[in-house]
Write a protein that binds this ligand. Structure first.
Ligand SMILES: Cc1cc2nc3c(=O)[nH]c(=O)nc-3n(C[C@H](O)[C@H](O)[C@H](O)COP(=O)(O)OP(=O)(O)OC[C@H]3O[C@@H](n4cnc5c(N)ncnc54)[C@H](O)[C@@H]3O)c2cc1C
Length: 393
């Protein structure tokens, strides 16, 4: 069977690409349904883009690489598509757009656009191997126990990263990229909770507090959540993408102010009150109890000299924690690293040394922050490859 384009992976990027390619386009996926990560994303409501999306919201070996695709198919283009399909949405926080009803609406929209473009979708189809004779790619696939060889002029790698293997994530795109001489940068789990092997936060599991989290010179002001196994919540997920094993993270428990003057004033007015009681008016009580096990919070306010109060406030504004690790790919929202952007055209996403081979979405070494940025990259990179393919035919 001969196709103009075969897209491996019916996720966000693959489906978007298929809406643009034109010609005879086939999308293959080993899963039972297309867009499974879209379906579960954003708590079932899909945070499908971010109104503030820009290159600064992405990590990559080459921070400039994402600029072209993001500027040619922007968040506003995707929002227009969503609106044209009558999908109601709202901004939750920080520019994050979610469906009012269900993430399934985004999947249905992509299905409808793929059908309009004449693209075919084969599910529950395994890719056995891929070859290239210099002109045409061959893809050996197996479905319902039957093998067949398909050929195509354009082969698009859109099988995503390694996150959540239970949902069918594999390293297929990396393997094929390597097979054709492209480099793959080291990969690791991103947007992932931290673990502490001593289970030190068990006593405050479920407590959330707004913080400023800093690692490797990058900081995020968002909520932190203590869990049985460690630390989660948006601030921790965000900073996990910048953290490397063995490094500390710094937590500012008072991101918007310094409690020093406040505590000094209270010392004058309520000197006989316990320091912990006063702190519990500024921080969750259970967190204060927990901190008391690790810091000296004994005594009344009147017992605290300026020097002691200053040192305490410094500790609370720069709480140093060294995670044992992260939850890894099992729960990570994304995979950092991937197909080396040096080997791809930033305009078309085509391999520089291999005509007709494209890589898009999370498989590429471009990773967004939490907040709709990863889907925007999937839409933008998928669109860029699809456009390049359609212009060529
Ligand atoms: C729980 C969760 C919530 C998320 N929420 C959000 C969010 O709200 N907003 C946001 O921007 N991002 C979110 N993300 C990230 C986002 O889902 C991904 O960045 C995005 O889906 C990447 O798109 P993709 O098309 O590159 O890969 P994917 O969507 O992962 O699609 C890859 C496809 O390839 C298929 N595949 C893989 N291996 C093979 C193989 N060997 N053979 C055949 N097919 C294969 C898979 O079945 C899948 O359908 C979330 C991720 C997770 C895990």
């Amino acid at each position: 069977m001969t196709w103009d384009t075969i897209i491996l992976g019916a996720g966000a990027a693959g489906m978007m690409c298929a809406t643009q390619c034109g010609g005879r386009t086939l999308v293959l996926d080993h899963a039972k349904a297309a867009g499974e990560k879209i379906r579960i994303s954003g708590g079932g409501r899909c945070n499908f883009t971010n109104i503030y999306a820009g290159p600064e919201n992405f990590l990559s070996g080459n921070p400039h690489f994402c600029k072209s695709a993001l500027s040619r198919y922007t968040q506003w283009d995707f929002i227009e598509l969503v609106a044209a399909h009558g999908i109601a949405y709202h901004e939750k926080t920080l520019g994050q757009l979610f469906c009012d009803t269900s993430a399934k609406e985004i999947i249905s929209m992509l299905h409808a656009e793929m059908t309009k473009a004449g693209a075919e979708l084969w599910l529950e189809t395994s890719v056995i191997n891929v070859g290239h004779d210099g002109t045409v790619y061959s893809v050996t696939v197996e479905a319902s126990g039957k093998r067949q060889i398909l050929t195509c002029t354009n082969l698009v790698l859109a099988t995503g990263g390694k996150s959540i293997p239970k949902m069918g994530a594999t390293g297929l795109a990396y393997d094929i990229a390597r097979q054709f001489g492209l480099s793959v940068t080291d990969t690791r789990a991103g947007l992932v909770p931290f673990t502490f092997s001593d289970g030190r936060f068990k006593d405050i599991s479920g407590v959330a507090h707004p913080v400023r989290a800093t690692a490797n010179g990058t900081q995020f002001d968002e909520a932190m959540l203590f869990t049985h196994r460690g630390l989660s919540g948006p601030a921790m997920l965000q900073i996990s993408s910048y953290w490397h094993e063995g490094q500390p993270i710094s937590i500012d428990l008072f991101p918007d102010n310094d409690p020093f003057e406040e505590l000094r004033t209270r010392r004058q007015d309520y000197g006989r009150r316990n320091l912990t009681t006063e702190l519990a008016t500024l921080l969750p009580t259970r967190l204060v109890d927990h901190l008391g096990q690790h810091m000296d919070l004994s005594g009344n306010l009147a017992d605290q000299s300026d020097t002691r109060l200053r040192a305490l406030c410094d500790d609370l504004k720069s709480w140093q924690l060294s995670p044992s690790g992260t939850e890894g790919y099992r729960t990570a929202e994304v995979t950092l690293g991937g197909i080396d952007t040096n080997d791809l055209s930033s305009k078309t996403m085509e391999a520089k040394t291999r005509n007709g081979l494209f890589a898009i979405g999370e498989a590429v070494d471009v990773t967004g922050w939490l907040g709709g940025f990863n889907f925007q990259w999937a839409w933008s990179s998928g669109w860029a490859a699809g456009q390049a393919i359609s212009e060529r035919s």
